[in-house]
Design a protein around this ligand. Structure first.
Ligand code: FUL
Ligand code: CA
Length: 471
């Protein structure tokens, strides 16, 4: 072959490869690239710290004396180290909780670290965390409570400007902010206040266009509807927000999402490692065990959610030893369970496929590649040959959610003595679905049956594991 022909041939091959890489048609409702990156994090951390840490309360009063805020060994690098070791990709700090005390020296109030004895009033917790996150390569998120019990402007229209001013400080002075957390809670006796959420959101979009905005109703990420960290067994990343707002949302609906939802707003599952959100010495013996944390992981990340796990710094300004130990235990179990994918690179066959998206994409260990049924086919059977009799009790399924969320019913079967026996079933899959079998199963062949989907069926990974004995 002469050189020109060769180049031409390579050129053609190249464009064939390029063609093969274009996707099957996406659903009309699908994530933005930043929502996709957000969900791929799986595990993120929360840090609740304010005057409450020193008064032993969960909600303050707004009347606290800033003099009580005096952590003796505050070390944001320790927080980041602990979070990173646990596998967290973002850390979200309560820059201001409901009591109004600011962990940064805001120009707009004296009710902040600058009036505290900590570092002689020269400290800035937001700065410390932003620096530590940057050094360690993890992302920063900030919680700025709309409800403010201290600020005298609260309850008047001027408060909206006050909130915007604080938001501007946080979103301009500390580098990139990956997530802005807008909590909907408000005490029964709180003054009436009509928040200008549209203006808040617009300012975030303007100053930090990459940030995902968390609230009960998104627009980036939604609350999962409880503070246990549990997504619904059925969990759609789509919802309709009409008629709902921050603090005015139906928590059951948020928990399951809505297959007919016209917005992509995936669920974030927030929960504390302790009973409370803030540190209380009396809860040192009530830290969730590694086993309990792993259970939460299955019920959040394993149900198409993101786990936002709270690690409240103590009065020293450190994450307590008990919490650190529990997190290490959780990480060790997850690493052990998910270390070896027993279906990795094994042969897969599909009842029907779009040729450019063959079944081998199901076991290539890459969540970006996927198998797709033939166009318009919403059911399918996917057969896997594990190569030898294999004992397993965990199954992970993933959809290529950049194309939207599709599957609404599936089951998994294993071949035993020549018979197909159901071992697991479910409704939604989404970004990731983890299935725990009642007992270990031994089989060489398994199959995933997609019983119902709202568009051409597609899956990006099928993986099989044997759980750590410590689960
Ligand atoms: C709630 C707040 O009232 C709690 O104090 C905590 O911050 C939790 C994460 O959100 O709505
Ligand atoms: Ca794949």
């Amino acid at each position: 072959m002469n050189k020109t022909l060769l180049t031409l041939g390579i050129g053609l091959l190249g464009s064939a490869a390029a063609l093969a890489q274009s996707d099957i048609p996406a659903n009309p409702v699908k994530p933005t690239p930043q929502q996709l990156r957000y969900q791929q994090q799986e595990l993120i951390g929360f840090l609740h710290l304010t005057v409450n840490t020193f008064t032993d309360r969960e909600w303050g009063t707004g009347q606290e004396d800033p003099a009580i805020f005096n952590p003796t060994q505050l070390d944001a690098r320790q927080w980041v180290r602990v979070a990173k070791d646990a596998g967290m990709k973002t850390l979200i700090l309560t820059a201001k909780h409901h009591d109004g005390f600011c962990l940064w020296p805001s120009k707009y109030t004296d009710h902040s670290v600058k009036s505290s004895p900590w570092k002689g009033g020269k400290g800035d917790v937001v700065r410390d965390l932003a620096d530590a996150c940057r050094e360690a390569g993890i992302k920063l998120g900030l919680y700025l409570s709309p409800w403010d019990m201290h600020e005298p402007k609260y309850g008047t229209s001027e408060y909206n400007q006050f909130y915007l001013n604080q938001l501007r400080e946080l979103l301009t002075n500390y580098g990139p902010v990956a997530e802005v957390w807008m909590d909907g809670a408000k005490g029964e006796n709180a003054k009436n206040m009509s928040y200008d959420f549209d203006a808040y959101r617009a300012l975030i979009r303007q100053l930090q266009p990459q940030a995902v905005i968390f609230s009960d109703v998104g627009p980036g990420v939604r609350w999962i509807g409880n503070e246990k960290g549990f997504a619904g067994e059925t969990c759609w990343s789509t919802i309709n927000t009409e008629g709902m707002d921050i603090g005015k949302a139906d928590s059951k609906y948020l928990n399951t999402g809505d297959p007919k939802g016209d917005e992509w707003i995936p669920g974030e599952c927030d929960v504390s490692i302790r009973p409370g959100w803030f540190y209380h010495p009396a809860e040192d013996a009530k830290v969730k065990t590694p086993k309990q944390l792993v259970d939460v992981y299955y019920k959040s990340v394993g149900r198409n959610g993101t786990l936002l796990l709270n690690l409240p710094p103590d009065r020293r300004g450190l994450i307590h030893e008990s919490d650190v130990a529990a997190l290490k235990g959780m990480r060790a179990i997850l690493d052990e369970t998910f270390r070896a994918n027993l279906a990795g690179r094994r042969t897969a066959r599909a009842s029907a496929s779009t040729p450019a998206f063959p079944p081998r994409n199901l076991t290539d260990g890459n969540a970006d590649t996927y198998w797709a049924a033939s166009a318009g086919q919403t059911t399918a059977t996917l057969d896997l040959d594990l190569g030898r009799e294999t004992t397993f009790d965990r199954i992970a399924l993933q959809e290529p959610v950049r194309l939207g969320q599709r599957v609404s019913a599936f089951r998994v079967e294993a071949e035993q003595n020549g018979q197909w026996k159901p071992v697991a079933s479910g409704t939604t899959i989404g970004y990731k679905r983890l299935l725990r079998l009642d007992a270990p199963v031994q089989a060489r062949r398994i199959r995933v049956v997609i019983e119902q989907a709202n568009n051409t069926a597609a899956l990006s990974e099928i993986a099989v594991y044997k759980a750590s004995p410590n689960e």
